[in-house]
Design a protein around this ligand. Sequence first.
Ligand SMILES: [Zn+2]
Length: 629
Amino acid sequence: MDKLHEALNLYWNSKSFRPLQKEVISNYLMAKDTVVLMPTGGGKSICYQLPALLSDGLTLVISPLISLMQDQVDQLNQRGIKSMFFESNRGENDIDRQFENARNGGFKLIYSSPERLVNRSFLEQLKNLNIVGIAVDEAHCVSEWGHDFRPSFMAIKNLREVFPKVAFMALTATATPEVLEDIKGGLGLEHPQVFRNSFERSNIHYRVGHVEDKMGEIKKILSDPKESVIIYCRSRSKTELMSQQLKRWGYKASYYHGGLEGSLKKQRLVDWKAETTPIMVATSAFGMGIDKSNVRKVIHLMMPESMEAYYQETGRAGRDGIDSTAILLVHPSDKTRLNHQFLSHLPNSSFIKRFFEKLTTTLNIAYGEGAGEEFKVNLKDFCDRYNFHPKKTLECLKILDREGVLELQQAYETQTYVKIVSSASVASQRAENVDDAARILQFLMRNYQEVFRKEKKINLGQIVDLVGISFEEILKKLEGLKKENIVDFQHYNTDLKLYWKVPREDQYTLNPFLKRIKAHHQQKADKIGFMIDYAFDNSECKRNKILRYFGEKKSDLCKQCSARSCRKEETVDLDLPSEIKILLQRDPLNAYQIGIQIGVSNEFIVIALQEMIEENIIGLNELNQFYLK
Ligand SMILES: [Zn+2]
């Protein structure tokens, strides 16, 4: 066994490399700049982790998100590969200690955020480490064309001066041609060898269904109740409602979103993997670390805001190589809804300035301070205070996150505060009624004695157990009690944690990116435009459309997607008129019934029926049914 396979076997417990991994590793071990374009799940990280393991020195990994770094470092240490990451600005002494640790700790990999590389003294200290490899994860962040541009990635180029002889490896799962060029230029790579795994997933059948009634369609799609399925919804409440509906229909389903408690998330994932609840209804929060090979269908009730996101989510289907389907359900109104949802709340630069001022005031961050500190913000409170639109505000925070000013972490704590505002006697009287609202009121009066005097934080979970209705329904009942002037209540589920990365210097912090805002908005609109095109243009093969987006050209057709180009072939095999004749020998049927029985989409049936009428083979009765003449 060669050294590479030996290491793979020993540390990853695997006998063989996935496609391209070995070629990438061999190239990089010859100290050549290397670019790796692999779809998510293709096994990117081994490409730099294994060479790091084999070399005599440290490999520096640049990664954009603190949470991701932490995950990776934990995983590596569990495999027995010593790794650490530079924790963010905590003062000079602490940095010195971390460098001391890096020098003497016997590490193989050391992670850092790109923001640190702006700092000259940090770079100087890096110089003293025996760095023999540099890997840039999520390298598309250096590109303004990417969906995730982070200006701090520009600073990575500084490493080239400090380590002129160390080869770079840049890795990404986004590979449009523009992004690739930006990666090469933006990171200062020298004649890099580009390794590209095709983005084609040949066992996934891409389908777009244009339907009036999405729920009804779902019922048709879920033909086999044992099949493993993910249904993606846009909102948390929708996941809950949808899973309830599926259960009523007899399916084994559960739901998952970012607002669930950690232990509950884990349990739901376990149940799904064990096929106890093979159907998972989820928001896009259901993604990280999902490794289930037999997902047969990934259904989207609403299009995501970019092809990158759609590709990633549909990519969870058919990891075992068996035929699987990615279905996007669209309604004619989705076009407007999507545009509204993603484009109408984009803040302009004067709003961002005002927002930044109010935010730093609220958080009490003085000029020149804030770096390395963590803050909690209640989005609703903040928006109420300044009369800001929550979506627009969240968008501002995302921009600051992307621009490297802060890291936005959603804490996902739901909090409900209730106060009884009526007199005790009115409340008691109301609580004697026989309805859910009364039972909620009884619960409040029994468990929260102070609820008459002040707002009390209440535990909705207990009410769910006691009254036996869902969160959503409880909130509705509380809303009802509010209208009756019995209670007042506030419900928040959008608490945010902000990790501030740079000192507050208003001009310096804001000006560089305010210039980019317009271009960024345009880019967002283009991405949504492409998704709308994917959903509503039915002429181009869906697979080819996706591959074209990622810079791959295909001249043949997939013949298994729902585009017109690929469906026509289907009907050539079938002699539709004779099939229809056989059917109509029994009973007259309408076009829809005929379509279902033959299993061919309506547009072909309609064409065939028209021809048959013209040829006087069939006729149409007053019930809109076709009969044989
Ligand atoms: Zn096709």
